[in-house]
Design a protein around this ligand. Structure first.
Ligand code: DHB
Ligand code: FE
Length: 281
């Protein structure tokens, strides 16, 4: 049976893609950010996942405001990347795992989650920057697992509640664990933490709220479901809604997790960057 090894979160800022391209890992601005990743690389080397479920929010490449699925799951053989206008080169396609995708979709729809299944999906920086962070050289790193993208709407209101995000993760876990093949699976939650890119509060960051979220997500995620969507926007910023991805990831890990490493650094570009690795017990 497929087994979930753990979950990893990271911010997915496009400027990070540019810093990777320019090899700025030891630059004073970037070092405190990139220092959060070697322990994660070691864990990945030790655990060797076969599949990565990459939970991210599309920002207008795969979907636009005219067609915005609340929850979309990729069911393709590969996922292409395209130019979003950030000045980053488009990467080669990322290989998928359609058999596991369809199994998860079947299981989650049976569990009363209304999923949009995508047999074609272009993946944006929310998906590819974390892949490059965790598997340097992606998609050409030979250790990179096959990937299944899951995108949730954090862009156009109404967005899902934090409780729905956590419940989505729990149903996702059932879908993964009932897959008959012996696969080792890692779940990513990309985006966040607090940030707002536009309007009067552009540049808004809330360290206290971010710390509250990081403190609770491992052992008390239910506490975070009390945060309303309005409060999330007020406290984390308009794009801090990406914390929903962290909740979806957390739901997939089951009750008991061990924290392996975390990193928090402000700011990177306009964002409070947060990284967390939780291992399933
Ligand atoms: C930034 C952060 C994001 O989450 C994103 O999707 C785009 C840009 C930023 O801080 O620059
Ligand atoms: Fe984003």
């Amino acid at each position: 049976m497929a087994k979930i090894l753990g979950g990893i979160t990271t911010s997915h800022i496009p400027a990070v893609g540019k810093a990777i391209q320019d090899e700025l890992h030891d630059d004073p601005y970037w070092k405190p950010f990139f220092d959060g990743y070697p322990k994660i690389h070691n864990w990945i080397k030790e655990n060797k996942p076969d599949v990565v479920i990459n939970i991210y929010n599309d920002h207008g490449l795969g979907f636009f405001l005219d067609q915005m699925p609340t929850f979309a799951i990729g069911a393709a053989h590969e996922y292409r990347n395209e130019d979003e206008g950030w000045g980053l080169p488009s990467l080669d396609p990322f290989p998928g795992h359609p058999e596991l995708s369809w199994h998860i979709i079947e299981s989650m729809v049976a569990d009363e989650f209304d999923i949009t299944s995508c047999q074609e999906l272009a993946v944006d920086h929310g998906f590819v920057v974390p892949m490059q962070l965790f598997w340097p050289g992606a998609p050409h790193n030979p250790d990179m697992p096959r990937a299944i993208p899951i995108s949730a709407n954090t862009v156009q209101h109404p967005i899902p509640t934090l409780k729905r995000a956590l419940d989505f993760g729990k149903a996702l876990r059932k879908g993964i664990e009932s897959f008959p093949e012996d696969l080792k699976v890692v779940v990513l939650g990309t985006g966040g933490l607090s940030h707002q890119l536009e309007g009067e509060r552009a540049g808004f960051i809330n360290k206290e709220f971010d710390q509250y979220c990081i403190e609770n997500i491992a052992h008390n995620p239910e506490e975070l479901t009390k945060i309303t969507r309005q409060e999330l926007v007020e406290k984390a910023g308009a794009q801090g809604t990406e914390f929903l991805m962290w909740m979806m990831m957390r739901g997939a890990l089951g009750d008991n997790v061990t924290e392996i490493t975390r990193n928090y650094h402000i700011p990177i570009s306009n964002t409070a960057s947060g990284t967390l690795l939780l291992e399933c017990e």
